[in-house]
Write a protein that binds this ligand. Structure first.
Ligand SMILES: Cc1ncc(COP(=O)(O)O)c(C=O)c1O
Length: 373
């Protein structure tokens, strides 16, 4: 039994799948604090919110056809807002293959009473996307954070769809090249690939989503926090930094810092390259060990951000011991699989993680395995 821990620790053992690692070099004293203690509706407040929105647009390579705004409630808030304001309950399909997708099924069925067509798959698999009827509104998760299964791209989304595509893209943005022409609604939170804070969500609307908002009044009450239209017209201010209610300007400034770091690295392409290098390094570790495997069965549906791994014979108690050992050694934080997922490991490979840290993790996984088995 190897009892001596490996000599090299990951320099930043932050492998959580949300909140995710801050960008390398981040320290709190680099945050611009001029707006703190001031109104978010002051000239400076609006300027900083607008800067955040502009940087997100640039770093996502979001086309002018799509609006982007900051809303309350992290990714959940943004996705709920989209569902409650736009979903046509007469024609809804929900896709679910892990916990978060399943959460949207529950809300569509039990809260919005949409009686959706539900297309499911087990952890590690993707449902048959060819079954989707695009006369429906379709809810799905681009990257299932709790199973490490993602959609393989956007070709399955009909270009001439009648319904709207609603993508919960929180662990997909900044990691994949998203086909915006196939996405009517997308949401995410700064706490994932950006290494930012929770609290706020980001809502992206394509032209057909705006058309829906302006032509369809759902027969249900809408709290003020969800309202995107006034007098039948989109409230455009939401997409230029006039937030519905008071945002955390500290979270906004933190997101700006991360976005500017992304910009300095070379933007979206550089972020995708960093993510891929991390996922490749982890895949190498997995392929060299017969006790580790991928939960996602096929490589083309395997997440490059929230990579979920199986551990030979491990149950929940084993994973708890294994991950606690690594945490106590400051070798890896928060790498147990999600509470609803099969027991295993989940290692974030997004752009704010350094590849050298993923590489340094390999011997630590071996060490923990030797201690626990
Ligand atoms: C796919 C997905 N959807 C929704 C959420 C919820 O995000 P938030 O806590 O930012 O609202 C998460 C968080 O992990 C997620 O991974």
């Amino acid at each position: 039994m190897t009892t001596t821990p490996p000599a090299v620790r990951p320099a930043r053992p932050y492998f959580s799948s949300g909140p995710c690692a801050k960008p390398p070099g981040w320290t709190p004293n680099q945050i611009d604090t001029r707006i703190l203690g001031r109104s978010h509706r002051s000239g400076l407040g609006k300027e900083r919110l607008k800067l955040c929105i502009d940087l997100m647009r640039e770093m996502l390579e979001l086309p002018d056809t799509h609006r982007i705004g900051i809303v309350p409630g992290s990714d959940t808030g943004a996705f709920e807002m989209a569902m409650w304001t736009m979903l046509d309950v007469r024609r809804v399909t929900c896709l679910a293959w892990e916990s978060f997708g399943e959460g949207w099924v529950t809300d569509a069925a039990k809260q919005l009473r949409a009686n959706p067509t539900i297309i499911r798959a087990d952890y590690g698999h993707l449902p048959d996307l060819g079954q989707v009827d695009w006369s429906n509104d379709v809810l799905f998760t681009w990257n299932g954070t709790t199973s490490g299964v993602r959609v393989p791209g956007g070709d399955w989304i009909a270009p001439d769809r009648e319904g709207l595509s609603f993508a919960d893209a929180t662990s997909a943005v900044f990691a994949y090249d998203l086909p915006w022409d196939r996405i009517d609604v997308a949401t995410f939170s700064w706490q994932k690939a950006l290494g930012g804070e929770g609290a706020h969500g980001v809502l992206i609307l394509g032209p057909r989503a705006v058309e829906r908002l302006e032509s369809y009044t759902p027969d249900r009450p809408l709290p003020k926090i969800f309202r995107l239209t006034k007098g039948g017209k989109l409230i455009e201010g939401i997409f230029t930094g006039e937030t519905i209610n008071t945002p955390s300007m500290l979270a906004v400034e933190d997101a700006i810092w991360s976005l500017q770091w992304f910009q300095k690295q070379g933007g979206l392409k550089a972020m995708i390259a960093r993510t891929e290098a991390n996922a490749t390094a982890l895949d190498r570790i997995v392929s060299q060990r017969n006790w580790l495997g991928h939960l996602a069965q096929r490589p083309e549906i395997r997440s490059k951000t929230s990579v979920c791994l199986t551990v030979d014979g491990a149950d929940a108690a084993f994973i708890k011991r294994f991950t606690k050992l690594l945490e106590a050694e400051n070798a890896a934080y928060d790498i147990a699989s999600y509470r609803d997922a099969p027991p295993g490991l989940r290692i974030w490979c997004g752009a704010t993680v350094d590849t050298a840290d993923i590489e340094a993790l390999g011997p630590w996984l071996d060490w923990a395995w030797e201690q626990c088995r």
